[in-house]
Design a protein around this ligand. Sequence first.
Ligand code: GLY
Length: 402
Amino acid sequence: MKTPVFVTAILLSVLSISVCCQAQKRSAKRAGLSQIIQTDFVDGAKQYKVLKANLPADSFPKTFDPKTGKPEYSGSGWWCSGFYPGTLLYLYEQTHDKVLYNEAVRILGILQKEQYNKTTHDLGFMMYCSFGNANRIQPKPEYREILLNSAKSLSTRFNATVGCIKSWDSKDPSDYLVIIDNMMNLELLFETTKATGDSSFYKIAVTHANTTMKNHFRPNYSSFHVLNYDVNTGAVKEKKTAQGYADGSAWARGQAWGLYGYTVCYRYTKDVRYLQQAQHIAQFILMNPNLPADKIPYWDFNAPDIPNALRDASAAAIMASAFLELSKYTDSAAGRRYNEVAATMIRNLSREPYKAAIGTNGGFILQHGVGHKPHGTEVDMPLTYGDYYFMEACKRYKEMKK
Ligand code: GLY
């Protein structure tokens, strides 16, 4: 039997009204998040003035214990020293508040000596999140020089037999420890090749990324935290964890570092293997039955006390920023999915219990990060990198919406 013309017309109108309503709802939701993000920048600026007011001379913010009300500080050699200036610079860009810029410049003066530090693999975090942003906002020859020296210092930790940059020292001289976090230091190397034309930094970065892709991941694309290579042969001796729940577990921030790291590798190389690696990691995160509905991950995807396990706001912030960049390279339904999940993460980080009330939390923006659970340090506390990647995710969302 043929459907009468008028019935078809009614059905089509209902369908088009419904599609139109959905589009309007999505657009209203996006407009809502843009306003929320604008408030996040204003509130973040207020909080960082609180941090600044309490900061002892020559110190860097580390965390704040909400139970005791005690702040913790570090020197410039701590792996997180670049995040305070980096966050100040992101906030300055959004608010144009010169107080934030001047404070960033002041602390960069204390940080700059780390350009010669060859005892850490964290120079990407320390020097690129800080001087990289400073040079992007206000390019200066001295910033370029500092970034070049930092890349040179980081490169001294590369070993061609292993094909990786060394993360940590070990008592056994044949050990060569590499952690997934190290993927985050490659951006400094890629940028330095771009700035100088010297391809040696680029070559180290892709070799490290390739070795890590080969050895650090499980068949489901979750990653181990620590790999121990034999420095003499390059063979893998051990696959284990330091900051996760167990050797075989998926430590949430480690998955975030991998997702972000391979997305950055694709940005600079356009090598589709890096894009696919990032997409596989994304799939592991998004399809994981232990990813909560609000998309703020538990500190470890295999924490034994899920659903009562602690959440790690820092992992959510890093993932949100990475998902936004990855969505630009993925022209498909997956791209929309990455964008939507990032929006959900930002929306939930922007409210209680994650975003702190003004004047509380020692001046940090986010609460409830998990630093090193097995050591019992910085557990359920604010973390400088949580704030940094949260502000970066907000900035990316705003720019992409434009
Ligand atoms: N080791 C860097 C981190 O805690 O993620």
